[in-house]
Ligand binder design. Sequence first.
Ligand code: PLP
Length: 422
Amino acid sequence: MTYTNNIEAFEASKHVLVGGVNSPVRSFRSVGGTPYVVARGEGAYVYDIEGNAYIDYVQSYGPCVLGHAHPAVVAAICDAAARGTSYGAPTIGELRLAEEVVRRIPGLEMLRMTSSGTEAAMSAIRLARGATGRSKIVKFDGNYHGHVDSLLVAAGSGVANQGLTGMAGVPDGVVADTVVLPYNRVPILADDVAVVAVEPVAANMGLVAPVDGFLEGLRAECDRVGALLLFDEVITGFRLHHGGATAWSGVTPDVWAFGKVIGGGLPVGAFGASREVMSHLAPLGPVYQGGTLSGNPLAVAAGLATLSQLTPDAYAQLSATAEKLAFGITAAFEGSSIPVQVPRVGPLLGLFFANSPVLDNDGATASAESGRFPPLFHALLKRGVALAPGPYEVMFPSLAHGEAEIDRTIAAFRDAVQELTP
Ligand SMILES: *Cc1c(COP(=O)(O)O)cnc(C)c1O
């Protein structure tokens, strides 16, 4: 059967895919209604199977930083596919991508590629535990590091959007060594901590920038007790800055996790560290990690094609786009009864319903619980602007978002605010 109606197609999906989706955030559960079913994407736009166009701020939750179906990325994927899709042997493509990532990130010396950000974070934790011989891990409330058991506590967007509290299927024992602390406060660490995992700019509880001294304080505290510092740069990696949050902040962690942008829209993740720390990893050391499709030729080709467009100028353009959006969105709410904060860190952009800047997950949760996001989301969607369907997500403008899209987005916000505050 041919599907040309969103509701019909989504109803059919619900029979064979749990909740109609392959990742819970896509289900519209936290905004209500039926998801648009995508037929194709091009540049700043996605088109659903009914032919509706949306200016897309989801961009696959971050990977498609050039916009959808960028010709250079499509060509790189087609070219790679014509030479075979996976070999189970080393390739030049994975070498080039690793060289490019290592070249960009100060302090990073070696990489291991995976097929997702979850695997990257999971493996980085295993490596850190193996390298230190300790088991405790520290993470921050509202930071997301993928859906691996030991990190799936107080884990930000995907989890928070579903209204889930306890973690069915995650035994207490698995999280017994995970300590969850509030973001933006430097903890006093115990000397049995293996690793402190942090999103250097938090982008899974809305957008929360690190306050002055937070990352520097974590660095110093990790050094004091001999713990490793892990920057989860799966979002910040090559969206925030040419050299990731590492160059942006000037703070160098011991271990990194990457994903999203480095796969250019195909399944990729990577984790890395200094040569010394990475020497604990098999085949050099005793910490095992592997993957049939890791360093997949299509994915590394898409990643490399994406990174090669991401010059310092490209980041200046992304930041300018985000700045115009932040200014216009803030102005759209001015004089209305809706209190908003539009935090921006370079190209990253968030939206909170709050009277003052949000610094941690308690603030993000209060914003989400105001209930203001779902009606705004739908008012924008019917005007052809697609935000990610949850109050804990950030906006991902791409290099394909030009003046016309920015102007239309701001106009849609103005009209939406009018509609919601008559
Ligand atoms: C998306 C994300 C992950 C998980 O990556 P997947 O590719 O979805 O497994 C991990 N950490 C952060 C910060 C993320 O935003």
